[in-house]
Design a protein around this ligand. Structure first.
Ligand code: SF4
Ligand code: SF4
Length: 355
């Protein structure tokens, strides 16, 4: 199926965003103290859909919340009453603007897990009810390596509508999925061409979007051959290289919490007297207690074993099960790590050092 492409300018794009915000629950990157997180917005003035990758959190929490109440309970002399929380886990129809390509791709990776042995209906519903409008980056950030991984960044179908900055102030909008095509229709984009805000674009758009992509793809500092990394890591397990690369890790778990594709969680209860709330919150394989068993045994007591698990899960185990890497090359873990550990360097150093 071929999808529609339109061209506008910055003012036309702003008006389009205004119309989306007036008609839909809309989320976009909102700046606070120099960092961006995806928040509900009602005006383009509140947000920056073209926010810098290095300073932007991922969209994962809008699908897999950082900490969500899953139930509440009250203990009485007659037993325990279990009740629903006041959180709406299902979310109504909504639009997310300014989604990074790596984030959109990470949802395709998470889909595999949430459609696997247990179907997470809350996640499915959120996915189904969300339209992703993605702004393609103009330039790679220092720790980005998305173009080195096993997906086609240029022709990504993980997002519904693609926004690309062209030359001379032009902005292209292209539907990438049937959902995106229907959304553009719903937003009356055809009618917007009659008042001059937009015009239909075809060959010219493809050429200019290609040019933008080539310039973006040429801006990467980090490049790797992921197949080589997959193959080398799959042959090693007990190598001292994992101790070398994880030596400075303080097991803070930040890398997993900011990662758009990590999906481990823990269930915990908070109880005051007779009333309690059960939470589902992010957890991490870098956490020293992550594999601690009830009897006291912990198969991963040393951090190099936990880092080995993190690296191998991302570049070997997940690939063996689902056919792709559990890393989208966004660099967020490296940017946020307090001791500057880079997953790009870890998997390259370990796989080459173990030869
Ligand atoms: S491991 Fe790091 S680079 Fe890979 S997807 Fe997660 S945060 Fe991004
Ligand atoms: S963010 Fe850095 S220090 Fe924290 S757990 Fe991850 S690698 Fe270790």
């Amino acid at each position: 199926m071929s999808f529609s492409t339109f061209v506008t300018d910055t003012a036309g794009l702003q008006k389009f965003y205004e119309a989306i915000m007036a008609s839909h629950d809309t989320y976009a990157p909102v700046e606070k103290f120099g960092k961006f997180d995806f928040k509900k917005v009602t005006s383009p003035a509140e947000c920056d859909p073209a926010s810098p990758i290095a300073k932007t959190q991922s969209i994962k929490p809008l699908f897999f919340p950082r900490s969500a109440k899953v139930m509440k309970y009250v203990a009485t002399s007659a037993g325990t009453d279990v009740g629903e929380t006041d959180e709406d886990p299902l979310a109504g129809k909504r639009v997310i603007l300014g989604v990074k390509h790596c984030d959109a791709r990470s949802l395709q990776v998470l889909d595999k897990v949430y459609n696997w042995d247990y179907i997470d209906t809350d996640y499915q519903k959120r996915r189904m009810n969300t339209v992703l409008v993605s702004t393609r980056c103009d330039k790679a950030d220092t720790h980005c390596f998305c173009t080195s991984l096993d997906y086609d960044v240029e022709n990504l179908d993980a997002l519904d509508v693609l926004v690309v900055n062209g030359e001379a102030g032009k902005v292209f909008l292209k539907a990438r999925t049937e959902k995106g095509e229907a959304f553009l229709k719903e937003m009356n984009i055809e009618q917007r061409t009659t008042n001059g805000e937009f015009r239909s674009a075809a060959d010219e758009a493809e050429t200019e979007m290609k040019k933008q992509y080539e310039s973006f793809a040429g801006s990467f500092r980090l490049k790797m051959d992921y197949k080589e990394v997959n193959a080398r890591l799959s042959k090693i397990f007990d190598t001292p290289e994992f101790e070398n690369v994880s030596g400075n890790c303080v097991s803070c778990n930040t890398c997993a919490f900011v990662c758009p594709s990590c999906h481990c969680f823990k269930i915990s209860d908070e109880k005051i007297r007779d009333t309690g709330v059960r939470y589902k919150s992010y957890d991490s394989c870098n956490n020293g207690y992550f594999t601690l068993m009830a009897g006291g045994h912990n198969p991963r007591p040393a951090k190099y074993r936990r880092w080995r698990q993190r690296a191998m899960h991302k570049f070997v185990y997940y690939k063996e099960r689902f056919g792709e890497n559990l890393c989208v090359g966004c660099g967020k873990c490296t940017i946020s790590c307090p001791v500057n550990i880079s997953i790009f360097e870890v998997v390259n150093q370990v796989s080459i050092g173990a030869e």
